[in-house]
Design a protein around this ligand. Structure first.
Ligand SMILES: [Zn+2]
Ligand SMILES: [Zn+2]
Length: 258
């Protein structure tokens, strides 16, 4: 069994499925992708992703405001609390810091990130963190927050080993996407080699970032197989081994929290 730990099901291109989300989910199941975490990105789609999770036994949701969607009036994260407490919501996010695409909102992003961490602690659910070109600030905020007791994941990881290692020290998991299959991602594959499999998750981040050989096409959850296969190749393991261990990791982080 594989678990796609980060997917935007409400944004998939469903044209190959006659507009039917169930068929896309079934297509994933047919390739062994049996569970999907559907990620919220703003106040407006929070209810949508929770509704999707409520429709499918094997789909879960997270709620949060993406750092690139943070705006003055959107820093009202506390309003997400009742949704955050629903049963199928496993995590808070995605949140975090993205200075690569938006440097001018850095302060607002930090403010929002901290509010998400407070919410995650309040509802005792891990946090899904998006981080790009903001290594020091991301780590500093994580360290200050005390979120390590609740846990979290750095999703779609594209940073260096120092960042991965520091996050592992904070009890975080590292999630890899189709980017690790890209031809030019040699350095990132070196990071994959170093991160213990027991601390790894796999994701598609669909509809974005389709892995090789589908690069440039619309991504969907069934392609998380290619991500897991790439990890298997790097680590010299079998696909079933990577599938099982990353799914167990998902359980430990999101489901069996004791
Ligand atoms: Zn992201
Ligand atoms: Zn995402």
């Amino acid at each position: 069994m594989l678990t796609d730990s980060h997917c935007h099901l409400d944004r998939l291109d469903l044209s190959p499925y006659d507009g039917d989300l169930s068929s896309a989910i079934t297509a994933a199941q047919d390739r062994g992708v049996e569970r999907i975490l559907c990620i919220g990105i703003d106040m407006a789609n929070a209810e949508t992703v929770v509704n999707i999770a409520n429709q499918y036994a094997n789909v879960y949701a997270s709620v949060g405001v993406h750092p690139l969607d943070v705006a003055e009036e959107l820093v009202q994260i506390a309003e997400l609390e009742s949704l955050a407490r629903s049963e199928k919501v496993l995590a808070i996010g995605e949140t975090g810091l993205d200075y690569y695409y938006k440097n001018d909102t850095a302060e607002l992003q930090q403010q929002s990130f901290k509010l998400h961490l407070d919410l995650a602690k309040a509802v005792n659910k891990p946090v899904v963190v998006h981080t790009r070109d903001a290594r020091e600030d991301t780590l500093a905020i994580i360290r200050e927050s005390g979120i390590s007791e609740v846990g979290g994941v750095l999703h779609c990881f594209t940073e260096n080993w120092a960042m991965a290692s520091a996050a592992l020290d904070e009890n975080f998991y590292i999630s890899f996407s189709g980017i690790i299959t890209f031809k030019n991602a040699t350095q990132l594959r070196d990071v994959v080699a170093k991160v213990p499999l027991e601390r790894m998750l796999v994701e598609t981040d669909a509809p974005y970032l389709a892995p090789v050989p589908y690069r440039g096409k619309k991504n969907e959850p069934k392609y998380v197989v290619e991500v897991a296969q790439c990890i298997a190749d790097i680590k010299g393991l079998s696909l079933p081994e990577v599938s099982e261990i990353t799914s167990n990791n998902f359980d430990k982080l999101f489901l069996n929290k004791e």
